[in-house]
Design a protein around this ligand. Structure first.
Ligand code: SER
Length: 389
């Protein structure tokens, strides 16, 4: 099943069960939202999950692009991405958690054809404020899916305080038959989170029950594709194939480096497509950091490499996939201007470092001085010093 078939299987399943399709939002949250980027499918729906009526009703489904930079150093392994897409379903005060789990099981087994014997679930085991999620445990048991009770991983809390118990569905990716549990064997890959949003977390850590109880589910599209296409990494799926093959041809590198280049440049294109421009603060800084990390990785092998070589259809195809309006030449222009800025900064940095005398290892004070006097960011100085040996 390729990307578009997987997306339509998901959406059609929920449409057939009374859910209306919502259009995915931009990576830039609504004004007043304290978070820099949209981090999950439910994020743009926050006001509706808090009780405001949604114009399309109380059963929704959709695909949402999300950006998370909390695991930046993990990018390069088989599954971590900064930009990813979440397939989601929502019940805004309509059906409750158990119904959502039953829908989930049916879709995974019948729609996606994943053998039920490869599934495992986890449910919330309880903490000092909220009891164990016995209802979800019972549903999974009735469905014949083995279930494990955990604490921390099965409490979901979002950036704006909405929270609740989370039941996660895992799929076995090792050689069958499955062994152990999600908590004890990493070959169980987390596929789909079903969150019963029942509380608002208050600043003092206590939980206030919500008047409207909702369900929010989110399934990472890339991981789903990895499982359905029986690949060992998200980068080996059809979704990433154009990026992986084009960059491998242009800029051969080790597996980890290639994945970092693909992930960061693809994210850079999409963030730019949503209207962000490189800057030293906020969203622009995240974009700058991703592009510079990609360029640093590219230039480690050959400083002559340039984003000017990124094929136009690759950038254009990505913007089309995410239904973004800027043309590829506008986005490529932003990337190239940032590349030039970074090249100039590196040249200046090397010149400054060849003239100043620094301690070994360099001190915090020296790094501060270099930043203030010469505008050289500490991480750049560290890179350049490492380069000098
Ligand atoms: N909010 C949950 C998540 O982020 C499910 O959508 O995983």
């Amino acid at each position: 099943m390729n990307t578009s078939q997987a997306i339509s299987t998901f959406i059609e399943f929920f449409r057939d069960r009374g859910h209306r399709l919502i259009t995915g939002a931009s990576l830039i949250p609504a004004p007043g939202d304290p978070v820099l980027f949209t981090t999950s499918g439910m994020h743009p729906l926050t006001p509706f999950l808090e009780g405001r009526p949604h114009p399309l009703g109380n059963r929704l489904t959709g695909v949402q692009r999300c950006l998370r930079t909390t695991d930046l150093d993990e990018v390069g392994d088989y599954s971590h991405l900064t930009l990813f897409e979440m397939l989601g379903s929502w019940s805004l005060g309509d059906y409750s958690g158990p119904q959502s789990l039953r829908f989930g099981y049916e879709l995974v087994r019948d729609g996606f054809g994943i053998p039920p014997g490869l599934l495992h679930a986890t449910v919330f085991g309880g903490d000092e404020q909220t009891g164990p999620d016995l209802q979800s445990q019972q549903v999974w048991t009735e469905l014949g899916v083995p279930v494990e009770l955990t604490a921390g991983e099965n409490w979901w809390s979002g950036p704006t305080g909405l929270c609740g118990t989370d039941s996660e569905l895992f799929v076995w990716t090792g050689e069958p038959p499955p062994r152990g549990t999600p908590g004890s064997d990493p070959r169980w890959v987390e596929l789909w989170n079903h969150v019963s949003l029942r509380y608002q977390q208050l600043p003092d850590g206590t939980r206030r029950p919500l008047r409207q109880r909702s369900v929010d589910t989110g399934m990472g599209l890339e991981r789903l594709l990895m499982v359905l296409q029986q690949q060992s990494s998200v980068f080996d799926t059809d979704l990433f194939r154009p990026w992986v093959s084009a960059t491998a041809e242009l800029w051969p590198a080790g597996e980890r480096e290639s994945r970092v280049i693909v992930d960061h440049l693809r994210s850079g294109v999409v963030i730019t497509g949503d209207g962000v421009r490189p800057a030293n603060t906020g969203r622009g800084y995240v974009l700058r950091r991703l592009l510079r990390r990609a360029l640093t990785t590219l230039w480690r092998d050959d400083p002559g490499r340039s984003l000017a070589d990124l094929p136009d259809p690759l950038v254009g195809g990505t913007l089309t996939h995410f239904q973004q309006s800027p043309g590829s030449s506008e986005v490529r222009g932003v990337l190239l201007a940032e590349e030039q800025k970074f090249r100039d900064l590196l040249t200046r940095g090397r010149r400054v470092l060849s003239r100043v005398r620094l301690s070994t290892p360099v001190t915090e004070q020296e790094l501060r001085d270099l930043h203030q006097t010469h505008g050289l960011p500490p991480e750049l100085v560290s890179e350049l010093l490492a380069e000098q040996g």
